[in-house]
Design a protein around this ligand. Structure first.
Ligand code: FES
Length: 225
């Protein structure tokens, strides 16, 4: 049976591609070799942020190219990298209250409440809400609300206040992990073992194995209940 084809426009140029492809595979079908804007291909790394508009519809939509199927008359532009503001800080030295946000990411207090960040989030997160939590130093809630962020940067590309939402959320999750969430004893023990070199031989042996064998080992690994 013939595959049904649709018209898409990549950076303004028209291509006819099978209708069941994702934007990412459609780009490859059209001849693009993806060097940037392509990572895990499974919706986790955030490298494939993409904006599109369907002909006749005013709304500009954002998505991950590896997770979104093409549609007829889709005008597509990828956003392989968005320059976020990433402040440098020592997690051991920062104050654990809202003043840290004022110091490192003061632009969050210039949020105009337009909600463009939430509307554009490729993960469907309530971005404006987690920024509101960050503004008042509620790092636990900010960490929880932003937990599924893949740092694709589309929210920041739409923000009139110049907020780098994913980096703000990352700081909140770090503060939460280091100072607020309950400790995790067996994780600390495991980190000590790794630092001690207890797994060096095992890691070395794994690095020598072919990919197929590694996949098999991974898929049949023992999973803690
Ligand atoms: S390639 Fe990693 S999220 Fe799309």
């Amino acid at each position: 049976m013939m595959e049904k084809m649709v018209n898409i426009f990549l950076f303004g140029k028209r291509y006819e591609v099978p209708e069941n492809l994702t934007i990412m595979t459609a780009m490859e079908y059209a001849g693009y070799q993806l060097v940037r804007g392509c990572g895990c291909r499974n919706g986790f790394c955030g490298a494939c942020a993409t904006i599109y508009r369907i002909k006749g519809d005013n709304e500009l939509k954002a998505c991950l190219a590896c997770q979104t199927t093409v549609q007829d008359n889709m005008y597509i532009a990828t956003l392989p990298f968005f320059p976020l503001v990433k402040q440098v800080y020592d997690i051991n030295e920062i104050p654990v209250n809202e003043s840290v946000m004022m110091q490192l990411y003061p632009e969050i207090y210039a949020c105009v409440g337009c909600n463009a960040c939430t509307k554009s989030c490729t993960q469907g997160l309530n971005v404006m809400q987690y920024i509101a939590y960050a503004q008042r130093g509620d790092f636990e809630k900010c960490a929880e609300e932003s937990f599924d962020c893949v740092m694709c940067g589309v929210c920041s590309s739409r923000c009139p206040a110049g907020i780098s939402h994913p980096q703000v959320a990352m700081l909140a999750r770090r503060i939460n992990g280091k100072y607020l969430a309950p400790g995790c004893g067996h994780l600390e023990d495991r980190v000590k073992e790794i630092r001690n070199g207890d797994f060096n031989d095992l890691i070395e042996a794994l690095m020598q194995k072919p990919v197929e064998e590694l996949k098999e080992l991974y898929n049949t690994r023992e999973i803690e209940k």
